[in-house]
Design a protein around this ligand. Sequence first.
Ligand SMILES: Nc1ncnc2c1ncn2[C@@H]1O[C@H](COP(=O)(O)OP(=O)(O)OP(=O)(O)O)[C@@H](O)[C@H]1O
Length: 243
Amino acid sequence: METLYRIEHLQQTYQNRTVLDVPDLSIRKGEILAVIGPSGSGKSTLLRLLAFLETPTRGQILFDNFPFTPLTAEMPLALRRRVTLVFQRPVLFNASVRANVAYGVRLRGEHNHHQRVEQSLREVGMEKMVHVRAHTLSGGEIQRTALARAIVLQPEVLLLDEPTANLDPYNVRLIEELIQRLNRQQGMTLVVVTHNVFQARRLAHRTALLLEGKLIEVAETPSFFEHPADSRTRAFIQGEWIC
Ligand SMILES: Nc1ncnc2c1ncn2[C@@H]1O[C@H](COP(=O)(O)OP(=O)(O)OP(=O)(O)O)[C@@H](O)[C@H]1O
């Protein structure tokens, strides 16, 4: 499989505290990579870097061989637009579901977006709620609207930060099926940050464990769970990791 991201000696430091230190990690085109780890282990920081929302303190990320380094003022728009991040707590405007989903496409100056907006709302099962005001939505509906708003942009890479945290089993299933569909049918590359080791196991081709900013292990999901190479991985997946 082709490499899409190559992380080299990446470090992210805030106020003299290094919260992420990943010497080497590749993300393959067309894979689902789950990133698991306890709270504060640097998962969201990694996603923000992969979305080019902040520049690394040290090292670099090669995206399709294009370097993103501490000296990069801004990644070219054409590259940034290939990647979309859905935040852990998505913020919707106080407008209809449809208006929220159409917003990003309109911002890109694309006008004939009506069908794509409808299609993405169908994808997330929100087609009957297009006129509902976003501020009245449930947690699951907010997350699904945020996903529709992301996929309508037709990104090549979708970065999801805890896409199903605090959701009921119905919404979890709907979102997991969407993730798998996007990957299988469109070849989309997905990086899914999750606390939930079972979700990683269900969804991901490969799973990575971050602990205190360090990449402990990354492996094909079956071997990650069945034959972890690192004792800390074993402890974490068995729920024995003390944070
Ligand atoms: N902008 C920032 N300024 C200072 N510290 C930050 C900043 N962003 C993150 N941190 C710190 O970096 C560490 C890693 O945070 P991060 O949000 O990446 O972890 P996480 O694994 O995503 O956690 P959670 O699962 O709780 O979302 C935390 O200690 C956090 O307080």
